[in-house]
Design a protein around this ligand. Structure first.
Ligand code: G3I
Length: 441
């Protein structure tokens, strides 16, 4: 029994003093004390919550903790994406408690993505003064330069660099708190755009094409990734290494000189130049059920077995309305995830089908597009390793599909999330609702 000592040395037992105080006062005081302690504890937790939500989205468990490489990705580090710069940091108070994921929330796509801990971005043209950039900063939380960071755009002649446009777009992204995907370091298509215009001539003049290309890749990747180290969260290191269809490598100048070794060379140089950037292999025609998907899985397994530092797979996702997206897509994404790799849908657009008329299957074009975008977003966010999606353009007034044969035969394709009046289309809301649904489960 609890004992109290009196100054006089005689003992008074607790039961002796209890009747001297009003038990109700004691209980009431204890109750108040507990309330104060609970309030203090809760306010401490709340501060912790705030600080985590004000950091970048990928710090959320299901993204940042999915790190697949030995190196921590940028999402875990104090780099660009950890800046307190995402849409829900500013004047949208509702977004600070994940309310963008609530049904009917009035949030932008970027705010919704930020609350979900993922990235939703747009590819932007090579004009830092383009007024439509304001649409990107208002509605997205990620940006990709559609062309400005390609090897041939930075360096029309091998070794001569002009960073003017790339620097300006990166500055715009940073000023507006947008994550940046770098696109694309090594891509064997479009001389003068994808790679330097004089590259093939120089390779042809070299007595040792393998060594020449190896050095060219190492120099280029070290130069560009090094220049932007810590500022570009993820890079498409190798773009489109496989042929359009089938299971062969694309016979591009890099492959012709080095075989598949050029892929490992590019990834190793990128890891060395920026150990924190997430490194992606980006490929197209993967949303359909073709042998190409198996070929890509084989390639990834080989690269990983060799210890090539690859963190993720970019699935471009150019597709046509009303194409069925088979169960295969889910299995394909799951297989990539099982390899320990991240996934992003990197170049989404939904073009007209060859059969398209005014209506198809009772739907308008915009309705059918919304369904297609929704299916893609649902497939991606159904796997925990999908960290984001990017739409390949801003609004329907400008898209590569209207410029490049044979897609330009169907112009206007109107494949994007904003119409020509810069109003969001049904597809915009479909993706937003899909994200909210997927991440509020
Ligand atoms: O910059 C020149 C300009 O000076 C010239 O007047 C004009 C005349 O055609 O061409 C301009 O270059 C164009 C360049 O985009 C920049 O706008 C090229 O002709 C054109 O071929 C190039 O197309 C780009 C293509 O990649 C090749 O780089 C598209 O805009 C771009 O959307 C497309 O993006 C690719 C991804 O990188 C990889 N996945 C497929 C995707 C679609 O093809």
């Amino acid at each position: 029994m609890l004992e109290l000592k009196t100054t006089g040395g005689s003992q008074i037992e607790m039961q002796d003093i209890l009747p001297m105080v009003d038990m109700r006062q004691v209980l009431f005081s204890i109750f108040i004390l507990m309330l104060v302690i609970a309030a203090l504890l809760l306010s401490g937790c709340h501060q912790d919550d705030d600080s985590s939500e004000n950091s970048e989205p990928a710090d959320d468990d299901d993204v940042a903790d999915d790190d697949t490489s030995d190196d921590d990705t940028v999402a875990d580090d104090d780099t660009i994406a950890d800046d307190d710069t995402f849409p829900d940091d500013d004047d949208d108070d509702t977004a600070d408690d994940d309310s963008c994921l609530q049904p009917g929330a009035d949030c932008t796509l970027g705010e919704t993505a930020a609350d979900a801990g993922i990235f939703v971005g747009a590819a932007v043209p090579s004009d830092p003064e383009d007024p439509r950039l304001s649409l990107v900063s208002a509605h997205f939380n990620s940006l990709t330069a559609e062309n400005a960071m390609k090897w041939g755009e930075l360096s029309y002649h091998l070794g001569d660099y002009d960073y003017t446009t790339a620097d300006a777009l990166l500055a715009f992204a940073e000023d507006n708190g947008l994550r940046v995907r770098g696109h694309a370091l090594v891509w064997g298509k479009y001389p003068g755009h994808g790679y330097p215009a004089d590259l093939e001539t120089l390779i042809g003049q070299s007595p040792d094409p393998y060594a020449f290309v190896q050095t060219a890749i190492a120099d280029h990747v070290a130069t560009v990734v090094g220049r932007y180290a810590g500022r570009i969260e993820s890079w498409d290191v190798v773009n489109e290494p496989l042929s359009s269809v089938g299971t062969q490598f694309d016979p591009n100048p890099f492959y012709l000189a080095m075989g598949a070794d050029y892929i490992a060379a590019a990834f190793m140089a990128a890891r060395e130049a920026d150990p924190d950037a997430r490194l992606f292999l980006n490929e197209y025609f993967l949303v359909y059920d073709t042998p190409k998907t198996d070929a890509l899985l084989d390639l990834l397994e080989d690269l990983l077995a060799q210890g090539v530092p690859i963190d993720g797979v970019g699935i471009q996702g150019h597709l046509f309305v009303s194409e069925p997206l088979p169960e295969r897509l889910h299995r394909f994404l799951t297989a990539i995830e099982a390899l320990g790799l991240d996934i992003e849908l990197t170049e989404l657009d939904v073009a007209k089908n060859v059969l398209w008329d005014d209506m198809l299957n009772g739907q308008t074009l915009f309705e059918a597009q919304a369904d297609a975008y929704d299916l893609l977003a649902a497939a991606c966010f159904d796997v925990a390793s999908c960290t984001g999606l990017t739409v390949w353009g801003i609004d329907d007034s400008r898209t590569w599909l209207d410029e490049l044969f044979p897609f330009n035969l169907f112009a206007p394709n109107n494949p994007l999330l904003f119409d020509r009046d810069l109003a969001p289309k049904p597809a915009y809301f479909a993706i937003r609702e899909r994200i909210a649904e997927a991440f509020s489960r």
